[in-house]
Ligand binder design. Sequence first.
Ligand code: J2J
Length: 542
Amino acid sequence: DPVSSDPRQVWPQEFAALYRDKGYWRGETFGEMLRARAAEHPDRLAVVDATHRWSYAELLAMAERAAQGWMGLGLCPGDRVIVQIPNVAAFFPAVFGLFLAGLVPVYALPAHRQTELAHFAARAGAKALVIVDRHEGFDYRPLALEVQAGAPGLAHVVVIGEPGPHLDFDALPAAGRPLPQVDPASVAFLQISGGSTGLSKLIPRTHDDYIYSFRASAGICGLGPDSIYMAALPVAHNFPMSSPGVMGALYAGARVVMCPNPSADTAFRLIAAERVTITGVVPPVALLWMQAAAKTPHDISSLQVLQVGGAKFIPEAAARVRPTLGCTLQQVFGMAEGLVNYTRLDDPEETIIGTQGRAISPDDEVLVLDDDGNPVPDGLPGHLLTRGPYTIRAYHNDPAANARSFTDDGFYRTGDIVKRLPGGYLVVQGRAGDHINRAGEKISAEEIEDHLLAHQGIFDAAVVSIPDAFLGERSCAFVIPAAGATLRAPEVKSFMRTRGLAEFKVPDQVVFVDEFQTTAVGKISRNTLRAQLRARFLDQGK
Ligand code: J2J
C-alpha cells in the first residue's frame, strides 16, 4: 500500500509548480544531500556523541551499509519503519540508511511506550521497528517484544547495541542490489503530531518540502561549516530535527553533537567540551539552565545562539537569557505539520523578547481569523491558519482528522490563538483546542480521559491544563468516582502507569468531584466542561 492514499495529501499542481519555480523545492533527497556533503568535505566531522566521532565520509559509508541491511530484510521502497532512537550518533546511519533504501521512518520519541508504539505501527502499517538496547537506564528490548506481540505486521525488530531476542543492526546481511531511485516529491518520513483530539496523527513530509524548511532555517539561524549544533531535546522531535536542527546542520556542512539529556549538568559539560555554538530547548529547560549558570560558573562562552520554542516563553524569562547565558535568544514557534516562525538574530531586543518570530518563507500564507472565519486586524487575537511550501495538506491515513484540521482550500487549522504584528511577527496568545502543552510535550485531553474511563472505579473524567510556573502548563484530571468506589490520587496515577503510555501523560494532579456541572438544557460539550472546570479550579486558588 502506498504512503499517500489520500489525494488531498499532495499539494495541488499549481502550488507545487509555484514552489518549484521559486526555488524552494529543488528536487533533492535526503540521500543525495548526504552524498553531496560527503563528496564536498569527506573528512569534516559530521556527528559526535559520548563514544563516536564520525566524519561525513564515514557517516555515508555506514548509511550505505545500513541501506543494504534494510533491503536485505526484504523491505521495499515505501515501507514504513518505526524509529525509536534517543540522542546517540547511531541515529544517523540508521535513518539515512532508510532514506537511501527508499524506506519511510516513523519518528517515535524515546518516551513512547507500548500503547503509543502499537498505534503508530497500526496507523502507519509499519513492517519494522529500530531501537537502541538501552538508554538512560531504560531497556527498549522487552518493550519492543510487547509492541510486536500486539502488532502483527511488525515483522522485524532491529537493535543498535546488544540485540537480545531481536536482530543486530550491525549484522544485517546486505541485499547486494543497487539502491533504488528515490522521488524527491515522495513522502520521506512520518512525523508524530502533538494533536489535541484523541491519538497522535501521522504527518507525511516529503523530501522536497522538508529539505526546503531546514535549508532556509539554516540560513536564518546563521549555520555554516564552522557551526556546532547540539541536539539537547529528543532528536526525533521536529524542533531539534529541522529548526534548523540536526538536519539543517548537516545541510550546512556543520557538526552535530548529540546530548543524551537536557540537564544543565550534561548539556553545559558538552557545550564546553565540544565548543557548541547553537542549541535549542523548551522554556522549562531554559529556566533550569539560567538558574544553573547563575549558581556555578561554567564555560559556555562558545554558545552564540540559544533557541527556545515548543511552548510560550514569557518575556520576563526571555529578557534574562542574554544577561545570564551571554548569548542571543532566538524564539521559535513551530509545528511538526509545517509552519515555523523565528525571531531573526539581528532583530531588535524587544522583538526577540516579546514575539515568537515570523515565518520562514515569503510564501507561507498566514491567516488570523475570528470565530466566524473573518480576518482580524493586526494586533488583535484570532485563530491561526496556514498554508505554504512546507505545511502539509493532510495527515496520513486519517480522513476524520483531515476534515477537522484542514479547510477546503488547504489551510491547516493550527488550533493556536495568535496576534499578528506589523512585519508578520506573531505573538502566541493561547490555544483553541484542548491539549495540554506540558513543557513542550503536547498531551491530548481526550486521549487521557479515555484511559481514565477504563478504570472500574471511575464514573467520568475530564482532563484540563492548569498554568504552572515551571512547566508552563501541568495536567489536572477531574475525576468522578463510580458509585461506592473509594479512590485516591496515587491509585489513579498508578493505574495510568499500567496503560503503556509515555510517563509525561500521567496526570500531574488528580481532583475528585461529585459531579460535572451541566447546563439547564442538558449535556455541555467537553470543551466547555473543561473550560468551566479550569476556571473553577483557578478561582478557588488551589
Ligand atoms: C508558544 N507555543 C508554541 C512557542 C510551539 C520548532 C519549534 C517548536 C515545534 C513544536 C516545532 C511555541 N510558543 N514558541 O515543530 O519545528 C505550540 C503551538 C504549536 C504546537 C506544535 C518546530 N512553539 N508551540 O513545538 O508539533 O501550540 O512542534 O501549534 O510539537 O506547539 O507542537 P509540535
